[in-house]
Structures are given as C-alpha cells and as structure tokens.
Design a binder for this molecule. Structure first.
Ligand code: ADP
Ligand code: MG
Length: 390
C-alpha cells in the first residue's frame, strides 16, 4: 500500500488567508523580507564602520492589492484589527501601533515624489517581534519592496536601504543606521553580508555554518528593548561627541593605534564608547578574514571578545544576555555574543550541531535558577533577501 505524503504547507498560505478574511479576494502579489542576525559589528553602522549581518530564514510576508482611492488598510495576523490611514494626511500621530512601519515607507516614497496608490495590505511574519531580530525592518523592507514595484518606482535594493532608513529616522523616530535593512534587502542564502557603512557597499562572504557542522542558536531573552528610547540615542550621541573631539568625520577614521591618544582627550565614559566602536570595526575585519581562511568554526574568540566589549565598554548588555552568553559558552558553544542594539533582545551562540540541544537545555536551566523568564531558543541560517514570492 502506498501513502501519499501530505504537501508541505505553502509559506504564503497564512498571509493569503489573512488577506481574504480582512479584505476579500486575492492580492496583486506577495512580497517577503527576512529578519536578520548580526554576526558581529554592533553600533558600528552609524559610525560609518563595518558590520557582518546575515538575513535569516524567518520573514515578514505582505499580501498587497492596489485600491482605486487614497485609502490604506492594514491588517496583521498578530491581531489588532484593521488599521485605516489616508494617503494625503499621513502623520506620525495618525499611524497607530505597527502601522507606523508601512506608513513610514509610504511617507518616504512620497518624499521622493513617488505617487503611491491606495492599497490593502495583510502582514504575516515569522520574525519574533521585539527580540532584536529586526521584525520591524522586515516589515519595512517587505512593504518597500512591494510598493516600489506596485508604484513602478524602479528602485533597487540599494535605494530601498536608504529609503527605509529615512522611514525609520524621519517618520518612526528611531535614529538607526543601515545595518538591518542592508541584510534584509541584500542578503543571500549561505552568506553573511559584509557591509561598509561609509559607502554602503557590500560583499557577500560565504558563511555556511551547517556545512561546518555548526548551528547558529538564537537565545531570545524576552527582555524588552526599544530603540526609540534613550539608550540607543545616548550611545549615538557619545560616538558623535568622540568623533568631534578627535577631529574625525566618524569613528571609522580612528584605528586601534589611535586609541592611546584618544584616551588622553576624552572623558572616561566617552573613551570606552569610542574604544568599543574602534575595536569592533577591527573585529569585523578579522572575522571576514577568518571566515575566508579558516571557516566558521574559527570565529568563536572574536564573537566572545565582541560581547565583552559591548558589556564592559559600550554597556548595552543586561544580566540576562550575559548569562545566556556565559552559559552557552560553558556548555560547548565555540563563541557567543548578544546581537542587535542591546538592552535586551537576543544573543547568538555558534554551537556544534550535536551540542545544540545541550546548550539550549543549559541556558534554560540557568535562566530558571536565576529566576528569569524562560528564553526562546531556535536555530537560524543565512537566507535570501527581500523578494516577490507570489
Ligand atoms: P525588533 O525589530 O527587534 O523585532 P522593534 O521594537 O524594533 O523590535 O519592533 C517590534 C515592533 O514591530 C512591534 O512592537 C510591532 O509594532 C511590530 N511588529 C513586528 N512583527 C509584527 C507583526 N507580525 N504584526 C504586527 N506588528 C509587528
Ligand atoms: Mg526593530
């Protein structure tokens, strides 16, 4: 007797269902954009330095249908009902909840003189929200990819990086750089995105952890972070102050040899902020070299050093992230660090595939002993960037 295997559920089924139930019928298309993990290079982006993120195999999908009027309707499978906005009166105040992300993209397109039509949009995202995997940029990048095609704007991935940054900075109100959207828009399967934030150029660096017998384990501490509030802005301000006192355009222009002189010119806190950026840039360059020459298994010490720098010099870690990193390492990870903007969110651990379960168990047990909320644990791998999927 033969059995017919049931087909794998289509990745677009959820968003199509949500679209049909909110708006009826079918969309003009479905576009998706992934979340990202930053392998190394934290807070270097707005200092015109280097970063090495990769797009992950979790993505925001948007189903979109153009409307004949000036109305935008938005719905998410995460709930909250349908949000309605008028295209001619887009203000930060009119955009409630998550609608600020699509509204910001529309606002940025309009700011370039691109005529955005009214549309209905359903969102279904597998990127956990608020975990430091950039669920918000995944939404912005998916929406930007969809709308630029539907509006016939002819913008490429590089343009969309800057467009979504404008949406974040000018509309959402978060002074973020270009790291997240560069990974989401320009990532590729089996690769990390080596990003030069000064000229926005990228180079895809082979990063095939699974071929090296490794897994990238994400440890979501569930500690809430928000980039719109003070911590991120104050770190950015410290970097700007450091660059000004040192007489450079951006901290990218200070090298490790220049740190000794910087110490005499800066107050102790600003010096430590500067030291993180300067050494982190150097670690990104070394990671790229090590990936090329020796492969993923050899980058562990660089991940560890990056975490120490964020904990001690940039002071953006938290006890939960530190515990996740220390426990993962003790249980067999080759390296671990917090990832993302900090003050919560997720850590990553590069672990031998056969040790992944034991590392996860050890972290869960350590969190329980410390009285912390149970973390979420899952593996991610480098995936393709934003694109149309239907
Ligand atoms: P991160 O980008 O690291 O996940 P943020 O705080 O920048 O964290 O963004 C999280 C926000 O993104 C949520 O508060 C919510 O507004 C929005 N968001 C993410 N995923 C969804 C979703 N599937 N549906 C609705 N809103 C979402
Ligand atoms: Mg975000």
């Amino acid at each position: 007797m033969s059995t017919t295997p049931s087909p794998a559920p289509s990745p677009t089924a959820g968003v199509l269902r949500a679209f049909a139930s909110a708006f009826g019928g079918t969309p003009d298309g479905v576009w998706q954009a992934p979340g990202r993990v930053n392998l190394i290079g934290e807070h270097t982006d707005y200092n015109e330095g280097f970063a090495l993120p990769f797009a992950i195999d979790l993505a925001a999908r948007v189903a979109v249908r153009v409307r004949p009027d000036r109305t935008v309707r938005l719905v998410s499978t995460h709930g909250g009902g349908v949000v309605e906005l008028g295209l001619d009166a887009l203000t930060r105040e009119s955009a409630v909840g998550w609608s600020v992300y699509p509204a910001g993209v529309v606002w940025a397109l309009q700011g370039r003189g691109i005529a955005v039509p009214g549309f209905d949009l359903a969102l279904d995202s597998s990127v956990p929200a608020g975990s430091g995997l950039s669920s918000s940029h995944a939404i912005e990048c998916a929406v930007a990819t969809a709308l630029t095609e539907l509006a016939g704007a002819g913008l490429g991935a590089e343009d969309l990086v800057l467009l979504t940054q404008q949406a974040e900075n000018g509309f959402v109100g978060a002074p973020t750089g270009i790291l997240d959207q560069s990974a989401s828009l320009r990532g590729a399967a089996g690769h990390a995105v080596f990003l030069d934030c000064r000229d926005q150029s990228i180079e895809l660096i082979p990063f095939d952890a699974s071929a090296a017998g490794l897994t990238v384990l994400v440890i979501d501490t569930k500690v809430a972070h928000s980039h719109s509030d003070g911590g991120y802005a104050s770190r950015r301000a410290a970097c700007e102050l450091g660059a000004e006192v040192l007489g450079v355009d951006a901290l990218r222009d200070v090298d490790t040899a220049g740190l000794a002189e910087a110490q005499g010119l800066l107050d102790p806190v600003t010096f430590r902020r500067v030291r993180h950026i300067v050494t982190e840039d150097e670690r990104v360059l070394q990671t790229v070299e090590v990936l090329r020459s020796a492969g993923p298994a050899a980058i562990g010490p660089l991940l560890d050093a990056s975490h120490a720098s964020m904990r001690d010099d940039f002071e953006i870690s938290c006890p939960e992230l530190d515990l996740a990193v220390e426990t993962a390492r003790a249980a067999g990870a080759v390296g671990a660090r917090m990832t993302g903007g900090g003050f919560g969110g997720s850590a990553i651990a590069l672990v031998p595939a056969e040790a992944a379960a034991a590392v996860g168990d050890a972290v869960t047990a350590a969190f329980s002993r410390a009285g912390y909320r149970a973390p979420d644990l899952f593996s991610v791998s480098p995936a393709e960037g934003a694109r149309r999927v239907l």
